[in-house]
Design a protein around this ligand. Structure first.
Ligand code: HEC
Ligand code: HEC
Length: 395
C-alpha cells in the first residue's frame, strides 16, 4: 500500500502536466479507502481520540494520565476477551478514574460504539482464544502475606488503589477469571511497571496470591439511577434548572494557584466553608457524577462542553475537578481560559481526596463507603506529578 502511495506521490511531480492534479488526488483517496480496515475500526479510532486518548495515550500505551494502564501490552491483548473489554468500557471501574462510558450507566456510548472501540483496541487482530477455566488451588490467608510483601505497594489495599490497577475493584474481579489473573501475574505486562512473577514466586505462592485477590471480590455496586438525566451524547439534561453558582450571594473567593493552574483541596474547602461565591465543575463522565460529586458542582464532561455557555463570566472563580486528577479537568479549564474566563483552576488532588477528607458530597445510594487513605504512604488517590501539558482532545 505504502509503495503504491509513494509511487503516486513521486508520479505527481513527473506527471504534473500530463494528468490533472484532481485525478491524482481522487486516486490517492481511493487507494487510502481501500487500505483502511473495517468502518467499525475507523469509528473506534475517532471515539478513542475523543473519549480515551487523554488518559490511555495516543497509541493506547497508557500512562498519559499517570497510572492509567496500557491497552496494548502483549499479555493483556493475549488474555483480555471482548467481554472483558466491553465490561470495562461500559461499566467502568467505580472509584477509579475509569468511568462507565455505557449509556445504561449515564455515559455517552451506545453498544455499537463500544464494539467499535473494542475493534480499535484490538488493532485489527481477532479476540484471543478463551482461557481454560482453572480456579486457584491456593490459600487466601497465605496469599495475603505474599500480596502485602510483593504487590500492595503498587496495587493498594482492599479499599484503595495505589499506583496500579485496583485488583480489589468489584467490577474488575467480576470479569477477571483466576486464569486471567494467573497469566498476568506469571508473565507480567511487558513494557509497563508490572514484571513477570513466574521466576520470582513459587507456583504455590502464585496460587495463594490469586486466592487472596479473589477473596477481595464484592458484589458489584448497582449502577446509579437515573441515567434518564443524561442525554445520548453524555450531557446532564437538567443543567438549565440547577443553580450553577455555589453560594450565589457570597463574597468572591480569592485563591493563589500553584503553577498558575492548580488550587488545593484545602483552599477550596476553606472558601466553600466560608460560603464564598464559586463555580465547581465536575469534568468527568456523567456516570461518575451520578455516583458521587461535590455538593453544588455541575456536570460538564470534558468531551461535551456546550453547557459552559451557562457559566457566568463575571470574575467568579471556576474550579474544574476530576479523579485522574488533572487531565479531564485540565481540558475544561483550558476551554474556560480560551473563552476568556479570568479566574479558573483545577482542583489539585482531585475529587477523591475531597471525599476522603469529609467535605460535602452527594453520593448515589448503594455506593461503596468512602475510600480509605492510600497504603504505605503511596501517592494520594491518583496524584499526578508527571507531565500535565495536554492538548484538548479533538471534538
Ligand atoms: C480519566 C482517565 C481515563 C479515561 C478518559 C479512560 N480511561 Fe480507561 N482506565 C483508566 C484507569 C485509571 C484504569 C484502571 C482503573 C483501575 O485502577 O482499576 C482504566 C482501565 C481501563 C480498561 C481496563 C484495563 C485493564 O488492564 O484492566 C479498559 C479496557 C479501558 N480503561 C478502556 C478505556 C476506553 C475505551 C476509554 C474511552 C472510552 C477509556 N478507558 C477512558 C483511566 C481512563
Ligand atoms: C512495581 C509495581 C507493581 C508491583 C510490585 C506489582 N504490580 Fe501488578 N501491575 C502493575 C501495573 C502498573 C499493572 C498494569 C500494567 C499495564 O499497564 O497493563 C499491573 C497489572 C497487574 C495485573 C493485571 C491487571 C489487569 O487489569 O489486567 C495483575 C493481575 C497484577 N498486576 C497482579 C500483581 C500481583 C499479584 C503482584 C504481586 C505478586 C503484582 N501485580 C505486583 C504494577 C505492579
Amino acid at each position: 500500500m505504502r509503495a503504491i502511495l509513494g509511487w503516486l506521490v513521486g508520479a505527481i511531480h513527473v506527471m504534473d502536466d500530463v494528468i490533472p492534479m484532481r485525478l491524482v488526488a481522487v486516486i490517492c483517496l481511493l487507494a487510502l479507502a481501500a487500505s483502511r480496515p473495517s468502518p467499525s475500526f475507523a469509528t473506534g479510532a475517532e471515539l478513542y481520540a475523543r473519549y480515551c486518548l487523554l488518559c490511555h495515550g495516543a497509541h493506547l500505551e497508557g500512562y498519559a494520565a499517570d497510572n492509567t494502564p496500557s491497552l496494548v501490552s502483549p499479555t493483556f491483548r493475549a488474555t483480555a476477551s471482548d467481554a472483558f473489554l466491553r465490561a470495562a468500557i461500559e461499566r467502568g471501574r467505580a472509584r477509579t478514574a475509569m468511568a462507565g462510558y455505557g449509556r445504561a450507566v449515564g455515559g455517552p456510548l451506545g453498544p455499537a460504539d463500544v464494539v467499535a472501540l473494542v475493534a480499535y483496541i484490538r488493532g485489527g487482530t481477532t479476540a484471543p482464544a478463551p482461557l481454560a477455566r482453572k480456579p486457584s488451588t491456593g490459600s487466601a490467608a497465605t496469599g495475603r502475606e505474599v500480596y502485602v510483601a510483593n504487590c500492595q505497594s503498587c496495587h493498594g489495599t482492599a479499599e484503595q488503589r495505589a499506583t496500579a490497577v485496583h485488583l480489589a475493584n468489584a467490577m474488575f474481579l467480576a470479569t477477571a477469571s483466576d486464569a486471567y489473573l494467573r497469566a498476568a501475574i506469571v508473565r507480567g505486562r511487558p513494557g509497563t511497571p508490572m514484571q513477570g512473577w513466574g521466576e520470582v514466586l513459587s507456583a504455590r505462592e502464585i496460587e495463594d496470591v490469586i486466592a487472596y485477590v479473589r477473596s477481595l471480590a464484592r458484589a458489584v455496586p448497582p449502577a446509579p439511577a437515573p441515567p434518564a438525566g443524561v442525554t445520548a451524547d453524555g450531557q446532564m439534561r437538567t443543567i438549565e434548572n440547577v443553580p450553577v453558582v455555589v453560594n450565589p450571594t457570597g463574597e468572591q473567593a480569592t485563591f493563589t494557584l500553584r503553577e498558575d493552574r492548580y488550587v488545593s483541596v484545602a483552599d477550596v474547602a476553606k472558601a466553600y466553608d466560608e460560603k464564598r461565591r464559586l463555580v465547581l465543575i465536575d469534568a468527568r463522565t456523567p456516570s461518575d457524577y451520578l455516583r458521587m460529586h461535590i455538593t453544588g458542582a455541575i456536570s460538564i464532561p470534558y468531551f461535551n462542553m456546550h453547557n459552559l455557555d451557562n457559566v457566568p463570566n463575571d470574575g467568579t472563580w471556576v474550579i474544574a475537578y476530576c479523579a485522574c486528577p488533572h487531565h479531564v479537568s485540565g481540558v475544561v479549564m483550558e476551554e474556560l481560559r480560551k473563552r476568556g474566563y479570568p479566574h479558573t483552576a483545577v482542583l489539585d488532588e482531585g475529587v477523591f481526596l475531597w471525599q476522603q477528607q469529609g467535605h460535602p458530597v452527594v453520593a448515589a445510594e448503594g455506593q461503596l463507603p468512602i475510600p480509605a487513605p492510600p497504603p504505605n504512604g503511596a501517592p494520594v488517590a491518583m496524584s499526578n506529578t508527571v507531565d500535565d501539558s495536554l492538548d484538548p482532545p479533538p471534538r
